[in-house]
Design a protein. Structure first.
Length: 237
């Protein structure tokens, strides 16, 4: 029996991304428990699962740069946002909205929240608004549209970065229709977490579409932050 266990544990597995000396990249190993042979899930699977969540989230590169620990909270408004974000990440519920001027740390804070959520084994899906909105709008009359948009409607946690950013172009009816379709589906399922960063305030969004703005406000009013003023652009410091 011991020889069979040892022979099994010498086999080389095919899992990649992390080199585990214990299971030799099989994801499990054999052991003897109460005189019986057992196949046990290796502890490295937790590490692999965490790595996969990061890759699937779309945030891999940003997670290396943006954390709560390296967020510069030198001003009172920064400290308030940091404390609120940490509180939300520790006990996630509802939506989190951070709006404000360019360079005030919106993406940094929201990415740090996502990192903590993934540490709690909550899968996160990242959506850079301008990029994915353009892609989805181009597919709206195609068969694959429903499958594509379903991911954003049903993700356990969806992080929309630069929400309703349109560059020099105006926000179109197609943009608003897409935003409503995604957010309304998530609004109707209170168990889903939604994180949004945007240069727009709730008032700005309400002026564009009351239905979208009111839903965001209702779900995020305890976790709503808006930073105004060009002096808050930390990139210019």
């Amino acid at each position: 029996m011991q020889l069979r266990v040892e022979a099994y544990n010498q086999r080389i597995g095919t899992l990649t991304g992390y080199d585990c000396p214990k299971c030799r990249n099989r994801g499990n190993y054999a052991k003897i428990v109460n005189g019986e042979e057992m196949i046990v899930r290796c502890e490295c699977r937790e590490i692999r699962d965490a790595m996969n969540r990061i890759i699937e989230s779309g945030l891999k590169d940003m997670l290396n740069r943006y954390s709560f620990e390296n967020y510069q909270a030198e001003q009172p408004w920064q400290g308030k946002i940091l404390r609120g974000a940490q509180k939300y990440a520790e006990n996630p519920s509802g939506w989190f909205y951070l709006g404000g001027t360019v360079g005030c740390g919106k993406t940094h804070i929201c990415t740090a929240i996502c990192d903590r959520l993934m540490e709690q084994k909550i899968p996160v899906l990242y959506m850079l608004w301008r990029e994915k909105a353009t892609e989805l709008k181009a597919l709206v009359n195609e068969p694959e549209y429903e499958k594509k948009i379903l991911r954003y409607k049903t993700a356990d946690c969806l992080y929309i970065d630069d929400f309703l950013k349109a560059g020099r172009e105006k926000v179109t009816d197609a943009d608003l229709n897409l935003a409503f379709e995604i957010l309304n589906a998530r609004y109707n399922n209170e168990s889903l977490l939604t994180i949004l960063s945007s240069e727009r305030s709730i008032e700005d969004i309400m002026n564009l579409d009351t239905a979208i703005g009111s839903r965001i406000y209702q779900r995020s009013k305890e976790n709503y932050y808006y930073v105004s003023g060009q002096d808050k652009n930390w990139r210019l410091k």
